[in-house]
Design a protein around this ligand. Structure first.
Ligand SMILES: Nc1ncnc2c1ncn2[C@@H]1O[C@H](COP(=O)(O)OP(=O)(O)OP(=O)(O)O)[C@@H](O)[C@H]1O
Ligand SMILES: [Mg+2]
Length: 181
């Protein structure tokens, strides 16, 4: 349903439909997400939640409709192109690093976005220590925002699914997305 509240539109779906052969997985979905808002996509198993998110993030082509990110049409772009527009996502099958703590997972997410890549950290080049401090502070602030600060040193495999999902969400938020699933 379209949201008519004031504010800049971050994500807009216009009459989005996905059909897999005869099966209609998503039927005429329209919505308008404003900046600084939180939404929930709910429905029973098979309702089409993952399919909707896979279309928004470019993993699945739409059968009908259009999707806009900050008024730029993203339906038709590749997943790679859409990711570069600062659309960030988590996955139903979690993709956390099992051998890293919660905080290390967050810092790794951010490191992947850095212009110099991961190499300065491996060889301790100039600026790496400062970057690491900034990443650590960013991770701490996101952990606090999402209520995971007490689990910063915990390993994901010791945590229930809900906390692991929150960790993935926190890692996505560390990348300064304009929106995030
Ligand atoms: N690649 C595919 N090919 C054919 N049918 C598919 C495909 N992906 C999803 N479907 C079907 O589309 C419908 C919606 O599936 P989807 O995975 O989006 O549901 P969901 O709301 O995410 O469910 P869950 O709560 O179980 O995660 C289901 O009937 C599913 O079987
Ligand atoms: Mg799903």
């Amino acid at each position: 349903m379209a949201d008519t509240r004031e504010g800049k539109s971050i994500l807009t779906l216009n009459h989005v439909t996905k059909r897999f052969s005869g099966l209609v997985a998503v039927n005429d979905l329209s919505l308008d997400m404003k900046e600084r808002t939180i939404h929930a996509l709910i429905g029973p198993n098979g309702a089409g939640k993952s399919t909707a998110i896979n279309m928004i993030t470019g993993l699945l082509p739409l059968t009908e409709g259009e999707i806009y990110h900050e008024n730029v049409k993203i339906s038709g772009m590749s997943a790679h192109q859409i990711a570069r527009t600062r659309c960030s996502r988590t996955f139903q099958n979690l993709k956390l690093y099992r051998s890293m703590t919660v905080k290390e997972n967050l810092m790794m997410g951010r490191m992947m976005d850095m212009k110099q890549g991961i190499f300065p950290f491996m060889f301790n080049f100039t600026g790496a220590a400062r970057e690491e401090k900034l990443m650590s502070e960013k991770a701490d602030s996101i952990l606090e925002f999402i209520g995971l600060q007490d689990l910063a040193g915990e390993y994901p495999s010791n945590m229930p699914y809900g906390k692991q999902k929150l960790t993935e969400l926190a890692r996505s938020l560390c990348r300064n997305p304009s929106f995030c699933f």
